[in-house]
Design a protein around this ligand. Structure first.
Ligand code: SAH
Length: 456
């Protein structure tokens, strides 16, 4: 096999980046836009020593799970990887992916995983579920302003405003921003040169409250005629917060640390279950509120609180899980690295009249060991919800020293989850229950909650 060859293969699996995987002459070939079970013809576009990349030329025999994507730009856009897969098949695939990682990386037996698994929680309506969108703004080769999403693995922008995962109001907002830029000759940011002004438009909606936030990210301290744009945007029903975010770094991190209010409040509010949350532009907030309620419901169920427990919630964001747990615990302590999120968490506790929740700003790997050493903190239950890279060793070790009855691990990456569970289970814990939740339909991401208990 060599570059430019036309090959035939059957797709057997999907990679962690969402590419279909098949084999030709025992070599793995990765092909985008394919579904497990497809028989395809592909053109080899890149050869590596032990694997290759192909481009889909045609589907010879479609997989029984292949469906027509809803979105017209689903192939170009990097946002969705598996829109061409039937939704029920997506759920099966995700559940298997978690299970395989727990087996392969975590070393758990198929039998134990079968006994402890509860069925994946999917969505009834797997579109328009995102409460947040971040549109990059740029120019095309003719110098026209464009907004949309990055094409897969690149930073070129697919000019498309009505993403099938987002809300309808996104399109209206983007069009107003682009018209404003055109009218006043305001430039879009260019990543390669680091020049130009408008970088991103971030939009957030509280699904329960309907409140809308628009955050315009600029490579400068000001947006020309900002009041005029804000006045236009403010006419949109339920508009609550319009802010400017300053990001003058040459980085692909979207938001900078400075926020200037332009109109209305500098935050919006939303509910998950009965708990009300205040959300600032810089704070992490789950993007799929419907599924979040199910995810947190599972975490709460696994925590099995009776009312007299002390709970630590690590990587707590704006205290979302913490406050869910505070409804049932004696005391909850949250730890989070983003200081603005901790501000929100404290305000959220007050907003909901919780007096049993405390929050600490700092890295979990610093705060937890330090508090354990200096104050001898204890926990009956520890809940963790780390970013994709999972937990630092010192967090795991301190948790083992604190020896809570139960550990509830909420994870957005089943590979690091499996690695961390392996360590905890080699050191006194056992896996009792696990359940995947589909927070991101049409993408290859999957969330999972696990319950570990301390061996007697
Ligand atoms: N439990 C929250 C947030 C989960 S996302 C919720 O469900 O909304 C993971 C969070 O971990 C983010 O808020 C991120 O800012 C935070 N984080 C990342 N690295 C961290 C670290 N080393 N220590 C503490 N928090 C961290």
């Amino acid at each position: 096999m060599k570059k430019d060859d036309l090959v035939q293969l059957t797709i057997e699996d999907i990679s962690s980046e969402g590419l279909g995987i098949g084999h030709v002459e025992k070599m793995a070939v990765f092909v985008k836009d394919t579904v497990i079970g497809d028989e395809i013809q592909a053109k080899i576009i890149k050869m590596k020593k032990t694997y290759a990349f192909g481009r889909l030329i045609q589907v010879l025999t479609p997989s029984p799970d292949r469906v027509k994507p809803v979105c017209p730009v689903s192939r170009q856009c990097g946002g969705c990887q598996i829109q061409a897969m039937d939704y029920q098949a997506q759920l099966k695939y995700k559940e298997n992916k978690v299970k395989n990682n727990l087996m392969r990386i975590g070393g758990f037996s198929q039998e134990l995983l079968g006994e402890t698994m509860e069925p994946i929680l999917g969505m009834e309506e797997p579109f328009h579920y995102r409460n947040k969108a971040q549109f990059p703004i740029g120019t095309d080769k003719d110098g026209r302003l464009v907004a949309g999403f990055y094409a897969g693995r690149t930073h070129s922008i697919v000019d498309y405003h009505s993403c099938a995962l987002g809300t309808g109001v996104n399109e209206t907002i983007l069009e107003l921003v682009l018209a404003h830029m055109q009218k006043h000759n305001i430039s879009a940011y260019d990543e390669t040169s680091g020049k130009g002004l408008v970088r991103h438009v971030m939009i957030r909606c509280g699904f329960a409250t309907k409140q809308i936030m628009v955050c315009i990210v600029v490579n400068g301290k000001k947006l020309p005629f900002a009041e005029e744009l804000a006045a236009e945007l403010a006419k949109i029903p339920d508009m609550t917060s319009i802010v400017l975010n300053v990001n003058m770094e040459k980085t692909n991190v979207i938001l900078g640390s400075e926020v200037q209010p332009l109109w209305g409040q500098d935050y919006i509010e939303d509910y998950i279950g009965n708990v009300k949350y205040r959300i600032s532009p810089l704070s992490f907030y789950q993007v799929n509120p419907k599924q979040t309620e199910k995810l947190y419901g599972t975490a709460l169920e696994y925590a099995a609180l009776q009312g007299n427990e002390t709970v630590w919630d690590l990587y707590c964001g704006i205290g979302t899980i913490s406050l869910f747990l505070a409804q049932k615990a004696k005391k909850v302590c949250g730890v989070e690295v983003v200081p603005q999120a901790i501000e929100d968490a404290k305000k959220n506790a007050a907003l909901n009249q919780f007096t049993n929740a405390e929050f600490y700003a700092g890295r979990a790997e610093d705060v937890l060991p330090e508090k354990y050493k200096k104050e001898g903190i204890q926990a009956d239950v520890i809940v963790i919800d780390p970013p994709r890279k999972g937990c630092e060793q010192s967090v795991l070790d301190t948790m083992l020293q604190m020896a809570p009855e139960r550990i509830v691990y909420v994870s957005c990456d089943s590979a690091t989850l499996a690695r961390d569970l392996k360590y905890l289970c080699e050191n006194g814990y056992e896996l009792r229950r696990w359940r995947a939740t589909d927070m991101f339909p049409m993408t290859n991401h999957c969330e999972c909650v696990c319950l570990l208990t301390r061996k007697a």
